[in-house]
Design a protein around this ligand. Structure first.
Ligand SMILES: Nc1nc2c(c(=O)[nH]1)N[C@H]1C(S)=C(S)[C@@H](COP(=O)(O)O)O[C@H]1N2
Ligand SMILES: [Mo]
Length: 343
């Protein structure tokens, strides 16, 4: 069921919106979820409303979003969206369809089933939200995401995005350069690495509750010079709106020259460290996922080639680009040894 192509409702006249609701309802029926009458109208696409409450498989009331874009959380910063687009980042390919991107997600805290992540995000409380910044900094503390959005200001950037599984997309993110945040917390000269930690809320995320073979919470890391690079972006929105939960609401990293797993979602803590931190996927499979994990067509994954990528929602293979095409910004950060290995 990957790569679902559903025409976005807001581009359709009302009369043509029906097949979409029929589609989603049929899908729920097939999965035995039992939300037989949920209608997905045009309204769901532009509202931040949460879906209806219904009986789950075991008769427990659970919140299920009615539509992938109904998972956009209520946010006090809605007036900041859409933000002005930056002209510094251009794409060599069309934007990915918004619904395709919203229904093809890796967010293992919920499920490993990419097309069903959004459906499992109902109980997840993405606002209000704070990020704690600690470690080798002089002005750390606890920061409210809404305050950060207002104080730093938002811009839109069009980026390519490449998952290590060889699928790719091209999307407009909204947010700010990570270095803007780093500057504000005044790192000490001893800060050589940054570590990111995602939420740990088994009550709100069924994948954390049921997949206990993973080491929750998700943790990632960067070298300080990578973190300070202009490309390293903090996304709070996508397609001109606040992030839907399945994309990592309300705040996530986007590192477009690295494989997607280096871009942690729904971050709750950022630590500045002297030593290189361990990372979630390297701990699980050190032979397959390294610390650097820069996009590189010449270094195959042990189980598949990385020389091409499939654009989701398009029946189209493209050549993988070194650093995902962002060498102009990041190539000088790396020596030959880093570029040769999967580390
Ligand atoms: N917390 C968390 N962040 C995560 C992941 C995850 O499972 N948990 N998956 C990563 C992977 S493998 C990818 S490809 C991207 C997917 O981002 P998207 O769903 O917004 O396209 O999120 C990354 N960030
Ligand atoms: Mo990924």
């Amino acid at each position: 069921m990957a790569n679902i192509i559903v025409p976005p409702g807001w581009r359709l006249p009302e009369s043509l919106a029906t097949p979409e609701s029929v589609y989603w309802n049929r899908r729920r029926f097939i999965k035995g979820i039992g939300l037989g009458v949920a209608a997905v109208g045009l309204g769901a696409c532009s509202q931040s409303s949460e879906g209806a409450s219904s009986e789950g498989e075991e008769g427990v009331a659970v919140e299920r979003p009615d539509h992938p874009l109904a998972t956009i959380p209520d946010t006090p910063t809605r007036d900041l969206y859409p933000a002005d687009a930056s002209d510094r980042f251009t794409l060599d390919r069309p934007l990915t369809d918004r619904i395709v991107a919203a229904t093809h997600n890796n967010f293992y805290e919920f499920t490993t089933d990419k097309d069903a992540v959004w459906e499992h995000t109902g109980p997840f409380q993405a606002r209000p939200w704070t990020v704690e910044i600690t470690g080798e900094v002089d002005r750390g503390g606890v920061f409210d995401v809404a305050d950060l959005e207002r104080q730093i200001g938002l811009e839109e950037r069009l980026y390519r995005f490449r998952c290590v599984e060889a699928w790719a997309m091209a999307v407009p993110w909204t947010g700010f350069a990570f270095h803007e945040l780093v500057r504000r917390v005044e790192p000490r000269s001893t800060a050589r690495y940054v570590r990111f930690i995602t939420f740990d809320r088994p009550d709100e995320a069924v994948g954390q509750r049921e997949q206990d073979w993973y080491e929750w919470p998700y943790y990632e890391g960067l070298r300080m010079d990578e973190a300070m690079n202009e490309l390293a972006f903090v996304a709070t929105g996508i397609y001109g709106e606040p992030l839907p939960k399945q994309h990592g609401a309300p705040i996530r990293l986007v590192l477009p020259w690295k494989y997607g797993f280096k871009s942690p979602k729904s971050v709750v803590r950022i630590e500045f460290l002297q030593e290189r931190p361990r990372t979630f996927w390297s701990d699980l499979r050190p032979d397959e996922y390294g610390f650097y994990s820069n996009v590189n067509p010449d270094v195959p994954h042990p189980r598949w080639s990385q020389s091409t990528e499939e654009m989701i929602g398009e029946d189209l293979e493209r050549e993988t680009l070194v650093h995902n095409g962002y060498g102009e910004w990041v190539a000088d950060l790396y020596d030959a040894e880093v570029m040769r290995g999967i580390t």
